[in-house]
Structures are given as C-alpha cells and as structure tokens.
Design a protein around this ligand. Structure first.
Ligand code: GLY
Length: 374
C-alpha cells in the first residue's frame, strides 16, 4: 500500500490498495471533504463513456448526495429502501432486471452510493450481472467508509443468516467524502465508529489513543478529524486486504468482535445495528482475553470507556437469550464442526496469534461463561 497527499482543487488524500482487482492489480481510494461534486468526472475519465448504473437508498437520495454526485446528468438509478431488510435476493433480482431494462452490457460500471447495505448489494449485483461488471464504491456512512466499501466483500442475506449469498468482488475505485457523514442519523453515525475502534484495537495503539483523545471532535463531526480517521481506517484495512484478499487467514483479524457481535445482532432480530452489536462483541472478546490470560481488567475498562463515550450499548440486551446467540455462533461461516475460531488481542494494537493463525480456539464453555456475565 502506498500513500501520498496531494493538493488539488479540494484537498484529497490518495491511498492505493494492491489486490488482484484489476489487470494492474490495484485500485485507488480517494479521501476528502466536499469532493462528491467532482467524483463523476473522475469516473468518466477512468472508464470513459460506457454505461453507468447508480445504486443508492432513499435516505442518501433525500440527503441530496445523489444530486450532488450526478449534477443533473441523466443516468439510470436504482433506489432501494434503507436498512438491512432490503439486503436480500428479491432486491438483487429487481436491480439486475432494472439494469437489463436500461440495456446495459458487460462494459457497465455500477456505482454504489450509500452505506453498507447499498455497497454490499451493489457490489454483488455487479459481480453477477452478465458474469461480472465493474463497480465503484462511494460510501456515505461511518461504517461503510471505515470498513465495508474497502476490501471487496459483497453479498445479500438469506432468511437465516447475514451474507449467506456473496462473493469477493473488488471495486475499481473508492471515493470517500467525509462531508456526507454530516447528514447521517446520529445512531448510525455512532454505531459505525465502532469499526474504527476495532481497527485501532487490532493494529495501532497510537490510533486508539487518537480516538480516546478526540471523541468530542469526532462526535461533533469535524471534517479534518473525520478525514484523519478515514485515512487511518483505510491504511489499516488496505494493508490487511493486500496481505490476504480472500480471507484465508490474516484477514480474519478484521472480524475482531464480530463472531459474538454477529450472534447478538442476529439474535436481536437486527434491532441492534451492526456496529452496536460489534461493540458488545469487542467487550466479549476482552472478557474472553481475561479468561484466557491474554488481557486484564484495566485494558478492558479503557476500551469500554471509549465505547461508552460513543454512546453505544455495552451490555447484551436482557431479552436476548444465551442459547439463541450460541446457535448463531455455531452457524458462523468460518465454523469447523459447528464452532468457529475467535480473534483476540495480546495488547491494544496487536492480534494474538497461535501457530501462525490469526483466529484461535476458544472453548464453548468460556464463551458461554462470558455471554452469561455480559
Ligand atoms: N469486514 C471485514 C472484512 O472486510 O474482512
């Protein structure tokens, strides 16, 4: 991964992710404030006058981001209903048929403008449309800018589990305009920041200190701070994705807090937002670390303090049963013999590794004990 700062009409930071996504084997992530209005001409100069198709959601359109991106251009757009409940095969089929109705071919570029749901479904639609077309990601939420728009994970949910259908389909460019976060609903905004906490915990203690010391300005949505966060997140995630694009081993570290987090999210019937559930999952991981002699109360208290400052939940809601969570954990996609491995940390900024593995065995009774206490 390389980074260079450039001064353009609007200051923009540029990072490059090197994965086997293109012939050249890399794609660019551009980060800036109020850059959305200049993104379309960049897409035009990268891809030329081929067919384009934009996928977004009703909240993003209502916030004015779609108009800012298109600047009056006549481009086919598919607007989904906001939320996880849209991320399914029915929506996917409607998108693909809308692309057919727009007479689009294999030279099409799909542009995903929105949060995690839009990015995941648009990426998957691009992956399967006429055996695969190109996709550009323009994330507009704290969650998508930190995590889901980078690294090529795409998919939709089944009635039983998240991302049951999906594939890796890397974008050919990512544009992050942190000004789009200004219109994001407060709960979504705070929940998405948990992925930034996760990145700091697995890879960079200095970044964790930065988050600890800047919570107020982060919650005030100061764009200079948001650009710094975006850059740190992309730098950390890009390095991991470059090392292991299809999650054979090292990329699992990005699932810190997610195995139990997914279980809580799913057992809550998706009442909890992904980031909220992952925040509780991170605390569960911290408690497992204490049980296994890898961590202490002091470190966990520091992590909980940051999560509390973000005003995300720090305990499992009382109506979620331990049995329901354990059942979801057993169905985890990475489970072998119905029990997955867990990502744990040795210290803030360093993942615990055993025999070269980035996810390690944790006995079911240890997990159940922690779920019972949390
Ligand atoms: N969200 C975890 C990953 O992209 O691998």
């Amino acid at each position: 991964m390389t980074t260079d700062s450039k001064s353009k009409e609007k200051t923009m930071k540029e990072l490059t992710v090197k994965v086997p996504a293109t012939k050249a084997g890399e794609y660019k992530i551009e980060i800036g404030t109020d850059i959305l209005g200049s993104v379309w001409s960049k897409i035009e100069s990268q891809f030329g006058s081929v067919g384009k198709f934009v996928i977004t959601d009703a909240n993003v359109a209502k916030a004015g981001h779609l108009d800012k991106l298109l600047c009056g251009r006549d481009i086919p757009v598919y607007v989904i209903s906001p939320g996880e409940s849209s991320k399914n095969m029915n929506t996917l089929v409607s998108i693909v048929e809308a692309m057919e109705n727009a007479y689009l071919g294999r030279d099409t570029v799909v542009i995903a403008l929105g949060g995690g749901v839009v990015g995941d479904i648009a990426g998957f639609a691009a992956a399967i449309f006429k055996r695969g077309v190109r996709v550009v990601q323009i994330p507009t939420t704290t969650l998508a800018q930190a995590d889901s728009a980078i690294g090529g994970k795409t998919g939709v949910d089944s009635s039983l589990s998240k991302n049951a259908f999906g594939c890796f389909w890397h974008p050919l460019a990512v544009y992050i305009d942190v000004a789009t976060l200004k219109t994001l609903d407060d709960r979504q905004y705070r929940a998405g920041l948990v992925e930034s906490v996760k990145h700091a915990l697995i890879a960079d203690e200095k970044y964790f200190e930065f988050l600890e010391n800047n919570i107020d300005t982060i919650l005030q949505r100061r764009t200079d701070v948001l650009e710094k966060i975006a850059e740190q997140n992309c730098r950390i995630k890009a390095a991991v994705v470059e090392a292991d694009p299809t999650e054979k081993n090292q990329r699992r570290m990005l699932n810190y807090g997610h195995t139990i987090g997914h279980a809580i999210e799913s057992a809550s019937g998706f009442v909890l937002l992904h980031g909220e559930a992952v925040g509780i999952g991170i605390i569960a991981a911290g408690m497992i670390e204490i049980e296994m002699g890898l961590g202490d109360e002091k470190r966990l208290a520091r992590i909980i303090k940051v999560l509390k400052a973000l005003k995300v939940p720090v305990a499992i809601p009382a109506n979620i049963s331990k049995a329901a969570m354990v059942d979801v954990i057993k169905r985890d996609k990475k489970a072998i013999n119905k029990w997955p491995r867990f990502v744990l940390i040795d210290r803030i900024g360093a993942v615990h590794r055993m025999e070269g593995q980035w996810a390690v065995e944790v006995k079911q009774d240890v997990v159940e004990k922690v779920l019972g206490k949390l």
